[in-house]
Design a protein around this ligand. Structure first.
Ligand code: SF4
Length: 421
């Protein structure tokens, strides 16, 4: 049972719905433009990820070897705490940090982490969410709920600058502000979309902020779960294409950075110098944080996820309660991930019992992750631990006793408790 205050307001629901309708049209156009047979491509992606996850230990070993050979410092972190400690150590003595959107960074973040630093979000949506001191509402469109009027009002309050409430004017104002921050930053932090076992890190974007933060500051820290590793660049580019099509309905992202190491030059008498115009030092924090447990417990499909957010666009529960349906990652994926990587109580608190098992997520997932089946499996784990909600326990007892979840039904009378929201 979900409390009324957890529901989104009607205006936000309506914005989400408009965005979803537009997204659907764009996605179909992008599939056509790429000349793809949708189901064949989904199956291909499923097989790429399945094979990669089956061989993940070997791929990880190769990737680490090759990345190190390329000059990238690879640090493995068992859990979120270790990842935070490693990042803090790299940031010792440094103050100005610029950050790009990273789901993995959100995964390890805790209150107070890097509070002594000047950390600026450089994705426009994340920057807006940061100045509003809110949480993102969608992984791809974090500021979906903020109107241009609200944003220009906030800019006036925060920066004392009056600007027209028009998206292009807001984008221009933020562009100038962020360019100044990026040019002064000592460290850039980002996530990764795909890593190849031959030592490449691929990051996609539209805004251009990731290209800047990965090249302008002296140090670039990349944080990623190890499940992002695939054998080669060919597979990686298919995942990049799918991320664009299913993520935002584009036929391909505006930019894809393929990072193989710190910047270098051999232009002076063929002597290699590390640190030309890009980052001088590149770190990769490779995170486990429950992923090995996910593999061990038979939930490996969850690690096929490419974080495109398509499942959320079609989830009827997310459309009603927004980020109350999920944990650090939103939606069913986030709930199952939280249940396994943190604890089962977290999955219950993130509303695992609100899932309708309608399968819209499964049908719209580019990697064919059967989230409803994983959700059922997770719920049975919570049952074994006796963690179900009171309402669910009542319903189960009534089904056992009366063959229906409402209890004794009297003719022409509405049952006392309907267990609806
Ligand atoms: S579960 Fe599938 S649809 Fe949802 S974010 Fe992951 S890859 Fe995208």
């Amino acid at each position: 049972m979900i409390l009324k205050e957890k529901f989104l307001d009607d205006a936000t629901k309506s914005i989400i719905w408009q965005v979803v309708l537009e997204y659907r049209k764009k996605r179909e156009r992008a599939i056509l433009k790429n000349n793809l047979e949708k189901e064949k491509f989904r199956e291909e992606l499923y097989q790429i990820k399945k094979k990669a996850i089956l061989n993940i230990e070997e791929l990880k070993k190769k990737a680490i070897e090759n990345l190190k050979e390329n000059g990238i410092e690879v640090l493995q972190a068992e859990d979120a705490k270790e990842a935070r400690e490693k990042i803090e150590k790299i940031l010792e003595g440094k103050k100005k940090i610029v950050k790009a959107k990273s789901n993995t960074f959100n995964e390890i973040e805790t209150e107070g982490f890097l509070a002594d630093k000047e950390l600026t979000e450089t994705d426009l949506g994340d920057f807006l969410v940061q100045i509003f001191q809110e949480k993102e509402i969608h992984p791809v469109l974090p500021a979906l709920h903020l109107t241009p009027e609200k944003i220009s009002q906030k800019i006036k309050e925060k920066f004392g600058k009056e600007i027209d409430p028009k998206p292009e004017v807001i984008a221009d104002f933020v562009r100038n502000l962020l360019r100044e921050k990026i040019s002064q930053a000592e460290v850039g932090i980002s996530g990764a979309n795909v890593i190849t076992s031959d030592g490449r890190i691929l990051i996609l974007e539209n805004e251009g902020n990731i290209s800047l933060i990965s090249r302008y500051p002296n140090t670039h820290i990349i944080i990623s779960g190890f499940e992002k590793i695939v054998p080669n660049l060919e597979d990686a580019l298919k995942i990049i294409k799918a991320s664009a099509i299913w993520g935002t309905g584009q036929d391909f992202p505006v930019y894809v950075s393929i990072i193989s190491g710190p910047s270098k030059t051999a232009d002076i008498q063929n002597q290699t110098v590390i640190g030309a115009q890009g980052a001088k030092k590149v770190y990769l924090i490779l995170l486990d944080n429950g992923r090995s447990k996910i593999l061990k417990e038979g939930f490996e499909e969850l690690l096929y996820c490419i974080n495109c957010g398509a499942c959320l666009n079609f989830c009827p529960v997310f459309h009603q309660i927004g980020r109350n349906y999920g944990s650090r990652y939103l939606g069913s994926k986030g709930i199952i991930f939280a249940g396994l990587s943190e604890n089962l109580k977290k999955a219950v608190d993130s509303n695992c019992f609100a899932c309708t098992l309608c399968s819209a997520c499964f049908e719209n997932c580019p990697v064919k992750i059967n989230l409803p089946e994983l959700m059922k499996k997770l719920r049975s784990l919570t049952e074994k631990e006796n963690l179900q909600t009171k309402e669910n326990q009542e319903m189960v007892e009534k089904i056992r006793e009366f063959g229906n979840p409402f209890g004794k039904i009297e003719e022409e009378k509405i049952p006392k408790k309907l267990y609806c929201c």
